[in-house]
Ligand binder design. Structure first.
Ligand SMILES: *Cc1c(COP(=O)(O)O)cnc(C)c1O
Length: 341
């Protein structure tokens, strides 16, 4: 199959419409069968639930072209399950795993020419989302919904080499106890834009959010979970009911245990402990792992021993192994790879 004529390695992380996207509509208690369309726009009521009361959630995953030309996705069943959790919490109808995977397969197949070739470092980013499309004015769940899925090619995350991040501890909270921090709701991102802008204006790549209740424990950044490595080589990751359950983090934990034989601790991580770690990173679908080199807080700076030039050896090995699995160069655990075509 002929790929599009694009400078794949030069791509950034931005929206570029491809030929097809999928949508299905929920009305009168059920989903229709859904379909592909070339129309990248949406027409809906000015009083739609998504516009008035932010009734929306999303997912993010990638498709990869392997060396043999086949196109695969990574653990999409986990994205489907997470979107079902988000839907329940926001009073939206669930999209079954079967329907989610059908939309994914159809859309990626129809856009096969847009899936970046093997070896370019670029990937196809896939954005499934669900929102209230029917009119509301009193606060209530929307009477109608759209499930949609589009994709866009994105470039290698680390163009010109891996660069550790400088981050700062935010004065704002990301998620309240018993709130919506553990679901992938658009509203969690809307309220993170302002603290994100403050961080950027002060020269930081990201915010580190602490737990809202005590402001003593590490939670996550606006869109990625934390990973720490102790001086004796154990992998530590914060455990909290208000952190978004990253599929990358859960996969890296399995890789750490089963491929690298590391000890893994999922537990509360006091901010006070961060200065003791040998390596710090954040993880998510976009970058897999980004190293963190410096963390500023009121009263000081934590300089991570691996510094501002390189990724530490343990996080480096973890990243290399997981990307190897995703690109088909390392054998994946059972059920992690969905071959699309
Ligand atoms: C999506 C997201 C992540 C990363 O999850 P992955 O499944 O690894 O992509 C982390 N934190 C937040 C807040 C997120 O929304």
């Amino acid at each position: 199959m002929e790929k599009k004529d694009i400078n794949w390695s030069g791509l950034g992380f931005g929206y570029m419409p491809t030929d097809y996207r999928f949508y299905a509509e929920w009305k009168d208690g059920s989903w229709d069968e859904g379909r592909l369309t070339t129309d990248s726009t949406i027409t809906m009521s000015e009083s739609a639930g998504v516009l008035q009361y932010a009734q929306t959630c999303f997912e993010g995953l990638k498709a990869y072209t392997w060396k043999d030309g086949s196109i695969v996705t990574f653990r999409p069943d986990q994205n489907a399950a997470r979107m079902q959790n988000s839907a329940r919490r926001l009073m939206m109808p669930e999209v079954s795993t079967e329907m989610f995977l059908h939309a994914l397969d159809e859309t990626v197949k129809a856009n096969a020419a847009w899936v970046p070739p093997y070896g370019t470092g670029a990937t196809l980013y896939i954005r499934p989302f669900l929102f209230g499309s029917g009119p509301v004015i009193g606060v209530s769940p929307s009477p109608e919904y759209h499930f949609r899925l589009f994709c866009t090619p994105v470039g290698p995350y680390f163009k010109g080499g891996i660069k550790p991040l400088r981050i700062c501890v935010s004065d704002y909270d990301r998620a309240a106890p018993h709130g919506t921090g553990d679901i992938k709701a658009g509203l969690n991102y809307a309220m993170s834009l302002y603290p994100g802008d403050i961080a950027h204006r002060n020269g930081y790549a990201e915010n580190m959010f602490l737990d809202a209740a005590t402001r003593t424990n590490v939670e996550e950044t606006g869109g990625a979970n934390f990973l720490f490595v102790t001086k004796d080589g154990r992998l530590v990751t914060p455990k909290s009911s208000t952190i978004l359950p990253s599929i990358t983090r859960r996969s890296l934990i399995a890789v750490a245990k089963d491929y690298l034989g590391l000890e893994v601790e999922e537990r509360v991580v006091p901010f006070e402990e961060v200065r003791e770690f040998a390596e710090v990173g954040v993880c998510g679908t976009a970058a897999v792992i980004s190293p963190v080199g410096e963390i500023d807080y009121h009263g000081g700076t934590i300089k991570v021993p691996t510094g501002m030039e390189a990724m530490g050896p343990v996080l480096g090995k973890l990243r290399e192994t997981l990307t190897g699995i995703q690109m088909g160069d390392i054998k994946a655990p059972e059920g992690w790879i969905r071959k699309i075509c």
